[in-house]
Design a protein around this ligand. Sequence first.
Ligand code: FE
Length: 344
Amino acid sequence: MLCSELNLGQCKTYLLACENTRKAVLIDPLRERIDRYLAVLAYHGYRLEFILDTHTHADHRSGVWDLRELTGAQTVMHREAPAPRIDIHVEDGQELRLGKMVLTLMHTPGHTPDSISILAGERVFTGDTLLIGGSGRCDFAGGDPGAQYDAVMDGLFSLPDSTLVLPAHDYRGHDHSTIGAEKKSNTRFAGRSRADYIKLMNNLGLPLPQKIQEALQANQSAIEDESVNFPSIPQLSQVRQIEPLLLYEMLKQGEPPTLLDVREAEEFSGDLGHVGGSRLIPLKELPARAEELGIKNRPIVTICRAGMRSTTAAAILTGLGFDHVSNLKGGMLAWDDQKLPAER
Ligand code: FE
């Protein structure tokens, strides 16, 4: 098995390849470096099978969609990842085969709800869950320090001590560590209770990454179009959220709201299906097509997979003068979890 880190910077992208079958996987590719990744793959004669993001990144644009387009490899993320065009949504314990290698996906939430770690033989790629001598911040939307503590203490730290730890970031010049070394000397966790950890992580007071808005929204929506004007974070936090059960009740009443699904066409008719009666306008087409929704004072509920893209859509519509827009909280994933009826 070949494993190499391709960026030689603080942001890590790993190439993992089976040397017998020449099949390869890239973990956490950066959009601005895809030319280099393609060159490395071509030089070694590797065929890219899978492209994984360990989570929805807030600090850089993901390269997974460009690479999918250019190589035909399948994109892989956790089930809770909000982005479209993910070919394989994985859950805790699921395995992927790469030639003779088996990759085991572990759900390790906390930094984000969709964070995964990838166990490949004697290596574990820990994303931003476990860093060398540290751990990823939990103060972005959906962050949960308690979940992260559990994911590390009960999940990653139950791997053999000799397992190599390969994180998505390192700011201090390390390139790897081991589970045994982290258990002993990672001061975020060693000798610290869950309550202590939550307190510590809630009080880090870190500045937000530069370009967080641009990176998050592009990575949550996979929209490449630079001309789409995304709403700002304060506008997004003002979007009214509506629970799936409440929407279900409203739909049974006399004048139900207009349902606007903003996913891609293949998701609309895909596994999760859609709420009966909804109309489809993909998010990237919404600014140009909002007029199709007609009068602006009718209630509208926006819908997507996980509730991220549709929150953006709701803010865009509000900005365009639509008065009564709310968002289906948790999207079709939450609708499906509540076993509410969907059309396919
Ligand atoms: Fe991150």
